[in-house]
Write a protein that binds this ligand. Structure first.
Ligand code: PLP
Length: 406
Protein backbone atom coordinates (compact mmCIF):
# COMPACT_ATOMS: atom_id res chain seq x y z
CA UNK A 1 0.00 0.00 0.00
CA UNK A 2 1.50 3.36 -0.97
CA UNK A 3 1.29 6.29 1.42
CA UNK A 4 -0.88 9.34 0.77
CA UNK A 5 1.91 11.84 1.39
CA UNK A 6 -0.22 14.85 0.52
CA UNK A 7 -2.69 13.92 3.22
CA UNK A 8 0.03 12.96 5.70
CA UNK A 9 1.62 16.39 5.28
CA UNK A 10 -1.59 18.08 6.39
CA UNK A 11 -1.19 16.31 9.75
CA UNK A 12 2.00 18.34 10.39
CA UNK A 13 1.07 22.02 10.74
CA UNK A 14 4.70 23.20 10.79
CA UNK A 15 5.27 21.95 7.24
CA UNK A 16 2.70 24.38 5.91
CA UNK A 17 4.78 27.53 6.11
CA UNK A 18 7.29 29.58 4.20
CA UNK A 19 10.87 30.32 5.25
CA UNK A 20 12.45 33.33 3.51
CA UNK A 21 9.38 33.38 1.26
CA UNK A 22 9.88 29.77 0.15
CA UNK A 23 7.95 26.68 1.22
CA UNK A 24 9.80 25.00 4.08
CA UNK A 25 11.70 21.87 3.11
CA UNK A 26 12.53 20.12 6.35
CA UNK A 27 15.45 17.71 5.96
CA UNK A 28 16.72 17.77 9.54
CA UNK A 29 14.70 14.85 10.79
CA UNK A 30 17.76 13.13 12.21
CA UNK A 31 18.08 15.97 14.70
CA UNK A 32 14.39 16.08 15.55
CA UNK A 33 11.17 15.18 13.78
CA UNK A 34 8.10 17.37 13.39
CA UNK A 35 4.93 16.70 15.36
CA UNK A 36 1.57 15.64 14.00
CA UNK A 37 -1.50 17.53 15.20
CA UNK A 38 -2.62 14.59 17.37
CA UNK A 39 0.52 14.96 19.48
CA UNK A 40 0.16 18.72 19.80
CA UNK A 41 -3.54 18.34 20.66
CA UNK A 42 -2.77 15.75 23.31
CA UNK A 43 -0.45 18.11 25.19
CA UNK A 44 -3.01 20.92 24.98
CA UNK A 45 -5.78 18.60 26.14
CA UNK A 46 -3.81 17.42 29.16
CA UNK A 47 -2.84 20.92 30.26
CA UNK A 48 -6.34 22.27 29.56
CA UNK A 49 -8.37 19.56 31.27
CA UNK A 50 -6.40 16.78 32.92
CA UNK A 51 -3.23 18.13 34.51
CA UNK A 52 -2.37 16.78 37.94
CA UNK A 53 0.69 15.12 39.42
CA UNK A 54 0.58 11.37 38.97
CA UNK A 55 1.10 8.49 41.42
CA UNK A 56 0.59 10.67 44.45
CA UNK A 57 -3.04 11.60 44.70
CA UNK A 58 -6.27 9.87 45.50
CA UNK A 59 -8.26 12.58 43.76
CA UNK A 60 -9.90 12.09 40.40
CA UNK A 61 -7.49 14.00 38.16
CA UNK A 62 -4.42 12.39 39.68
CA UNK A 63 -5.83 8.89 39.40
CA UNK A 64 -7.01 9.48 35.86
CA UNK A 65 -3.66 10.79 34.66
CA UNK A 66 -1.75 8.06 36.50
CA UNK A 67 -3.79 5.54 34.54
CA UNK A 68 -3.07 7.34 31.27
CA UNK A 69 0.65 7.45 32.08
CA UNK A 70 0.68 3.72 32.77
CA UNK A 71 -1.33 3.11 29.60
CA UNK A 72 1.36 5.04 27.69
CA UNK A 73 3.94 2.67 29.15
CA UNK A 74 1.94 -0.27 27.76
CA UNK A 75 1.79 1.41 24.34
CA UNK A 76 5.60 1.62 24.37
CA UNK A 77 5.88 -1.96 25.62
CA UNK A 78 3.81 -3.25 22.69
CA UNK A 79 5.54 -0.93 20.23
CA UNK A 80 8.97 -2.41 20.92
CA UNK A 81 7.59 -5.81 21.96
CA UNK A 82 9.06 -5.84 25.47
CA UNK A 83 8.06 -8.80 27.62
CA UNK A 84 6.87 -6.73 30.60
CA UNK A 85 5.65 -3.16 30.96
CA UNK A 86 7.91 -2.67 34.00
CA UNK A 87 10.88 -3.08 31.65
CA UNK A 88 9.91 0.29 30.15
CA UNK A 89 11.48 3.20 32.02
CA UNK A 90 10.56 6.74 31.08
CA UNK A 91 13.57 9.03 30.88
CA UNK A 92 14.18 12.46 29.38
CA UNK A 93 15.62 10.89 26.22
CA UNK A 94 18.31 8.64 24.79
CA UNK A 95 21.05 10.55 26.60
CA UNK A 96 19.52 9.97 30.02
CA UNK A 97 18.74 6.36 29.14
CA UNK A 98 22.36 5.62 28.26
CA UNK A 99 23.66 7.54 31.27
CA UNK A 100 21.37 5.47 33.50
CA UNK A 101 22.90 2.23 32.26
CA UNK A 102 26.47 3.53 32.19
CA UNK A 103 26.15 4.71 35.78
CA UNK A 104 23.96 2.04 37.31
CA UNK A 105 25.19 -1.05 35.45
CA UNK A 106 28.70 0.35 35.79
CA UNK A 107 28.34 0.78 39.56
CA UNK A 108 27.30 -2.81 39.98
CA UNK A 109 29.22 -4.72 37.33
CA UNK A 110 32.31 -2.79 36.18
CA UNK A 111 35.57 -2.87 38.11
CA UNK A 112 39.19 -1.91 37.64
CA UNK A 113 40.68 -3.19 34.36
CA UNK A 114 37.31 -4.36 33.07
CA UNK A 115 36.54 -3.49 29.47
CA UNK A 116 33.65 -1.81 27.65
CA UNK A 117 33.20 -1.96 23.89
CA UNK A 118 31.62 0.81 21.84
CA UNK A 119 32.14 1.70 18.17
CA UNK A 120 33.60 4.45 16.02
CA UNK A 121 30.07 5.22 14.80
CA UNK A 122 28.70 6.37 18.15
CA UNK A 123 27.01 9.66 18.95
CA UNK A 124 28.76 11.48 21.80
CA UNK A 125 25.98 10.41 24.13
CA UNK A 126 27.05 6.79 23.66
CA UNK A 127 30.72 7.63 24.16
CA UNK A 128 31.08 10.12 26.99
CA UNK A 129 29.01 8.28 29.66
CA UNK A 130 31.22 5.21 29.11
CA UNK A 131 34.38 7.31 29.20
CA UNK A 132 33.30 8.78 32.53
CA UNK A 133 32.53 5.32 33.84
CA UNK A 134 35.97 4.14 32.76
CA UNK A 135 37.54 7.09 34.58
CA UNK A 136 35.56 6.36 37.74
CA UNK A 137 36.31 2.66 37.73
CA UNK A 138 39.71 2.63 36.02
CA UNK A 139 38.18 0.49 33.31
CA UNK A 140 39.19 0.38 29.64
CA UNK A 141 37.19 1.61 26.63
CA UNK A 142 37.64 -0.33 23.40
CA UNK A 143 36.33 0.83 20.04
CA UNK A 144 35.10 -1.22 17.06
CA UNK A 145 36.61 0.26 13.87
CA UNK A 146 34.73 0.90 10.62
CA UNK A 147 35.58 0.51 6.94
CA UNK A 148 35.54 3.26 4.29
CA UNK A 149 31.84 2.71 3.67
CA UNK A 150 31.13 3.43 7.33
CA UNK A 151 30.34 -0.16 8.29
CA UNK A 152 31.43 -1.86 11.50
CA UNK A 153 34.23 -4.41 11.13
CA UNK A 154 32.74 -7.44 12.80
CA UNK A 155 35.97 -9.47 12.68
CA UNK A 156 37.70 -6.69 14.58
CA UNK A 157 34.83 -6.62 17.07
CA UNK A 158 35.33 -10.29 17.84
CA UNK A 159 39.02 -9.65 18.44
CA UNK A 160 38.18 -6.94 20.99
CA UNK A 161 36.13 -9.29 23.17
CA UNK A 162 37.95 -10.65 26.20
CA UNK A 163 37.05 -12.27 29.52
CA UNK A 164 37.13 -8.74 30.95
CA UNK A 165 34.46 -7.34 28.61
CA UNK A 166 31.48 -6.27 30.72
CA UNK A 167 29.15 -4.62 28.22
CA UNK A 168 28.89 -3.70 24.53
CA UNK A 169 27.13 -0.43 23.62
CA UNK A 170 26.44 0.42 19.98
CA UNK A 171 23.87 2.24 17.93
CA UNK A 172 21.50 0.48 15.57
CA UNK A 173 21.77 3.34 13.10
CA UNK A 174 24.54 5.91 12.84
CA UNK A 175 23.22 9.48 13.02
CA UNK A 176 26.25 10.79 11.13
CA UNK A 177 26.24 8.33 8.21
CA UNK A 178 22.93 6.50 8.26
CA UNK A 179 24.60 3.06 8.46
CA UNK A 180 22.29 0.34 9.76
CA UNK A 181 24.35 -1.95 11.95
CA UNK A 182 23.84 -5.68 12.19
CA UNK A 183 22.83 -5.45 15.83
CA UNK A 184 21.39 -8.96 15.92
CA UNK A 185 24.73 -10.35 14.80
CA UNK A 186 26.61 -8.31 17.39
CA UNK A 187 24.20 -9.32 20.15
CA UNK A 188 24.51 -12.95 19.14
CA UNK A 189 28.31 -12.87 19.30
CA UNK A 190 28.27 -10.95 22.60
CA UNK A 191 25.81 -13.33 24.23
CA UNK A 192 28.01 -16.29 23.32
CA UNK A 193 30.47 -14.67 25.72
CA UNK A 194 27.72 -13.78 28.24
CA UNK A 195 28.18 -10.08 27.58
CA UNK A 196 25.07 -7.86 27.66
CA UNK A 197 24.46 -5.34 24.89
CA UNK A 198 22.97 -1.85 24.96
CA UNK A 199 21.48 -0.63 21.70
CA UNK A 200 21.19 3.10 21.09
CA UNK A 201 18.02 3.18 19.02
CA UNK A 202 17.76 6.98 18.70
CA UNK A 203 18.06 6.80 14.90
CA UNK A 204 16.42 3.44 14.24
CA UNK A 205 13.16 3.53 16.20
CA UNK A 206 11.46 5.90 13.71
CA UNK A 207 12.45 4.07 10.54
CA UNK A 208 10.95 0.62 10.96
CA UNK A 209 9.69 -2.05 13.34
CA UNK A 210 11.56 -2.63 16.59
CA UNK A 211 11.32 -5.93 18.44
CA UNK A 212 13.57 -6.01 21.49
CA UNK A 213 12.78 -9.66 22.23
CA UNK A 214 13.62 -10.78 18.73
CA UNK A 215 16.76 -8.62 18.74
CA UNK A 216 17.49 -9.98 22.24
CA UNK A 217 19.22 -6.76 23.31
CA UNK A 218 19.67 -6.25 27.03
CA UNK A 219 19.03 -2.50 26.92
CA UNK A 220 17.48 -0.27 24.26
CA UNK A 221 17.37 3.54 24.37
CA UNK A 222 15.41 6.06 22.33
CA UNK A 223 14.00 9.61 22.37
CA UNK A 224 10.42 10.74 21.86
CA UNK A 225 11.34 13.83 19.86
CA UNK A 226 12.95 11.80 17.08
CA UNK A 227 9.83 9.67 16.92
CA UNK A 228 7.32 12.44 16.09
CA UNK A 229 6.66 12.87 19.82
CA UNK A 230 7.51 15.66 22.26
CA UNK A 231 10.93 16.68 23.54
CA UNK A 232 12.03 15.86 27.06
CA UNK A 233 10.77 12.30 27.02
CA UNK A 234 12.45 9.05 26.09
CA UNK A 235 12.67 5.43 27.01
CA UNK A 236 15.11 3.00 28.50
CA UNK A 237 14.13 -0.59 27.92
CA UNK A 238 16.05 -3.07 30.04
CA UNK A 239 15.63 -6.76 30.62
CA UNK A 240 14.10 -7.31 34.03
CA UNK A 241 16.98 -9.57 35.08
CA UNK A 242 19.45 -6.70 34.67
CA UNK A 243 17.30 -3.85 35.95
CA UNK A 244 16.55 -5.74 39.14
CA UNK A 245 20.24 -6.15 39.86
CA UNK A 246 21.17 -2.54 39.11
CA UNK A 247 21.15 0.20 41.78
CA UNK A 248 19.13 3.38 41.22
CA UNK A 249 20.71 6.12 39.13
CA UNK A 250 18.86 9.28 40.17
CA UNK A 251 17.31 9.34 43.62
CA UNK A 252 14.52 11.24 45.31
CA UNK A 253 10.75 10.92 45.36
CA UNK A 254 8.82 8.03 43.82
CA UNK A 255 11.81 5.71 43.50
CA UNK A 256 11.69 4.75 47.19
CA UNK A 257 9.70 2.22 49.15
CA UNK A 258 10.50 3.56 52.61
CA UNK A 259 12.70 6.42 53.77
CA UNK A 260 14.11 7.03 57.21
CA UNK A 261 17.32 8.77 58.20
CA UNK A 262 18.81 5.40 59.05
CA UNK A 263 17.95 3.59 55.83
CA UNK A 264 16.06 3.90 52.55
CA UNK A 265 14.64 1.00 50.60
CA UNK A 266 13.87 1.27 46.92
CA UNK A 267 10.71 0.92 44.92
CA UNK A 268 10.15 -1.88 42.45
CA UNK A 269 10.57 -1.62 38.67
CA UNK A 270 10.07 0.61 36.79
CA UNK A 271 9.73 3.24 39.54
CA UNK A 272 13.18 2.52 40.98
CA UNK A 273 14.55 4.31 37.92
CA UNK A 274 11.96 7.10 37.71
CA UNK A 275 12.97 9.48 40.48
CA UNK A 276 10.98 12.69 40.82
CA UNK A 277 7.96 13.81 38.85
CA UNK A 278 8.24 12.20 35.44
CA UNK A 279 7.35 14.03 32.25
CA UNK A 280 3.92 12.43 32.25
CA UNK A 281 2.43 14.87 29.74
CA UNK A 282 5.03 14.07 27.15
CA UNK A 283 4.98 10.34 27.89
CA UNK A 284 1.27 10.29 27.08
CA UNK A 285 1.74 12.51 24.02
CA UNK A 286 4.59 10.26 22.86
CA UNK A 287 2.22 7.30 23.00
CA UNK A 288 -0.05 9.24 20.62
CA UNK A 289 2.91 9.69 18.24
CA UNK A 290 3.52 5.95 18.38
CA UNK A 291 -0.12 5.21 17.63
CA UNK A 292 0.01 7.72 14.79
CA UNK A 293 2.96 6.07 13.02
CA UNK A 294 1.56 2.61 13.74
CA UNK A 295 -1.62 3.65 11.92
CA UNK A 296 0.46 4.69 8.91
CA UNK A 297 2.45 1.45 9.16
CA UNK A 298 6.11 1.03 10.10
CA UNK A 299 6.78 -1.20 7.09
CA UNK A 300 5.12 1.29 4.75
CA UNK A 301 7.20 4.09 6.28
CA UNK A 302 10.40 2.05 5.80
CA UNK A 303 9.55 1.29 2.16
CA UNK A 304 8.74 4.87 1.26
CA UNK A 305 11.79 6.26 3.04
CA UNK A 306 13.96 3.76 1.18
CA UNK A 307 12.50 5.08 -2.07
CA UNK A 308 13.42 8.63 -1.01
CA UNK A 309 16.93 7.51 -0.06
CA UNK A 310 17.53 5.81 -3.40
CA UNK A 311 16.16 8.78 -5.32
CA UNK A 312 18.24 11.29 -3.36
CA UNK A 313 21.40 9.17 -3.52
CA UNK A 314 21.17 8.92 -7.28
CA UNK A 315 20.51 12.64 -7.71
CA UNK A 316 23.19 13.88 -5.34
CA UNK A 317 25.77 11.43 -6.64
CA UNK A 318 25.38 12.94 -10.10
CA UNK A 319 26.67 16.31 -8.83
CA UNK A 320 30.34 16.77 -9.68
CA UNK A 321 32.48 17.45 -6.61
CA UNK A 322 29.87 16.05 -4.20
CA UNK A 323 31.03 13.13 -2.11
CA UNK A 324 28.70 11.04 0.00
CA UNK A 325 30.25 10.05 3.31
CA UNK A 326 28.76 6.75 4.44
CA UNK A 327 27.98 4.36 1.63
CA UNK A 328 26.94 1.29 3.55
CA UNK A 329 24.74 -1.19 1.68
CA UNK A 330 22.22 -0.90 4.46
CA UNK A 331 21.25 2.67 5.29
CA UNK A 332 18.28 4.63 6.59
CA UNK A 333 17.01 7.70 4.74
CA UNK A 334 19.91 9.96 5.61
CA UNK A 335 22.70 11.29 3.42
CA UNK A 336 25.86 12.91 4.71
CA UNK A 337 27.94 14.67 2.09
CA UNK A 338 30.72 17.14 1.46
CA UNK A 339 31.36 19.50 -1.45
CA UNK A 340 34.80 19.82 -2.90
CA UNK A 341 36.47 23.11 -1.84
CA UNK A 342 33.28 24.43 -0.20
CA UNK A 343 32.95 24.57 3.57
CA UNK A 344 29.82 22.79 4.84
CA UNK A 345 28.77 25.86 6.87
CA UNK A 346 28.90 28.11 3.81
CA UNK A 347 26.90 25.61 1.81
CA UNK A 348 24.42 25.09 4.65
CA UNK A 349 23.79 28.81 4.97
CA UNK A 350 23.02 29.22 1.27
CA UNK A 351 20.78 26.15 1.27
CA UNK A 352 18.96 27.57 4.30
CA UNK A 353 18.20 30.78 2.41
CA UNK A 354 16.27 28.65 -0.07
CA UNK A 355 14.01 27.45 2.73
CA UNK A 356 15.72 24.08 3.05
CA UNK A 357 16.76 22.89 6.51
CA UNK A 358 19.77 20.58 6.47
CA UNK A 359 22.25 20.03 9.28
CA UNK A 360 25.90 20.94 9.09
CA UNK A 361 28.83 20.03 11.31
CA UNK A 362 30.09 16.95 13.09
CA UNK A 363 26.61 15.80 14.20
CA UNK A 364 27.86 15.03 17.73
CA UNK A 365 29.94 12.23 16.27
CA UNK A 366 33.43 13.71 16.11
CA UNK A 367 35.21 10.33 15.98
CA UNK A 368 33.34 9.54 12.75
CA UNK A 369 34.60 12.80 11.24
CA UNK A 370 38.12 12.01 12.46
CA UNK A 371 37.90 8.59 10.80
CA UNK A 372 37.15 10.23 7.45
CA UNK A 373 39.60 13.03 8.08
CA UNK A 374 36.97 15.74 7.67
CA UNK A 375 35.68 18.52 9.89
CA UNK A 376 32.03 17.92 9.21
CA UNK A 377 29.40 17.22 6.59
CA UNK A 378 26.07 18.46 5.34
CA UNK A 379 23.37 16.03 6.35
CA UNK A 380 19.95 15.65 4.78
CA UNK A 381 17.72 13.26 6.70
CA UNK A 382 14.35 12.35 5.25
CA UNK A 383 11.06 11.42 6.83
CA UNK A 384 7.90 9.88 5.38
CA UNK A 385 6.41 13.37 5.03
CA UNK A 386 9.16 14.42 2.62
CA UNK A 387 8.80 14.18 -1.15
CA UNK A 388 10.90 13.67 -4.26
CA UNK A 389 10.02 17.22 -5.31
CA UNK A 390 11.69 18.46 -2.14
CA UNK A 391 14.78 16.41 -2.97
CA UNK A 392 14.82 18.08 -6.40
CA UNK A 393 14.87 21.44 -4.58
CA UNK A 394 17.86 20.33 -2.54
CA UNK A 395 19.59 19.19 -5.72
CA UNK A 396 19.02 22.60 -7.34
CA UNK A 397 20.13 24.39 -4.17
CA UNK A 398 23.42 22.47 -4.21
CA UNK A 399 23.95 23.46 -7.84
CA UNK A 400 23.44 27.10 -6.83
CA UNK A 401 25.95 26.69 -3.99
CA UNK A 402 28.45 25.31 -6.46
CA UNK A 403 27.87 28.21 -8.81
CA UNK A 404 28.32 30.73 -5.99
CA UNK A 405 31.48 29.23 -4.52
CA UNK A 406 32.85 27.40 -7.52
N1 PLP B 1 22.23 8.64 19.87
C1 PLP B 1 22.08 8.95 18.58
C2 PLP B 1 22.47 7.95 17.54
C3 PLP B 1 21.56 10.19 18.22
O1 PLP B 1 21.41 10.50 16.93
C4 PLP B 1 21.20 11.10 19.23
C5 PLP B 1 20.71 12.45 18.88
O2 PLP B 1 20.95 12.95 17.81
C6 PLP B 1 21.36 10.72 20.56
C7 PLP B 1 21.88 9.49 20.84
C8 PLP B 1 20.97 11.63 21.68
O3 PLP B 1 19.60 11.83 21.70
P1 PLP B 1 18.95 12.89 22.68
O4 PLP B 1 19.67 14.18 22.46
O5 PLP B 1 17.51 12.93 22.26
O6 PLP B 1 19.12 12.37 24.07
Amino acid sequence: MSLDIKKIRTDFPILNQEIYGKPLVYFDNGATTQKPQVVIDEEVKIYSHENSNIHRGVHFLSEQLTQRFEDARKVVQKFINAKYDHEIIFTSGTTQSINTVAYSFGERFVNEEDEIIISTLEHHSNIVPWQLLCERKKAILKVIPINDAGELLIDEFEKLISPKTRIVAINQVSNALGTVNDVKGIINISHKHNIPVLIDGAQSIQHGKTDVQDMDCDFFAFSGHKLYGPTGIGVLYGKEKWLNKMPPFLSGGEMIKKVSFEKTTFNELPFKFEAGTPNFTSAIAMSKAIEYIQAIGLNEIADYEKELLNYATEKLQSIKGLKIIGTSKNKVSLISFILENIHHYDAGMVIDKMGIAVRTGHHCAEPVMQRFNIEGTLRASFSFYNTKEEIDKLYNAILTVKQMFG
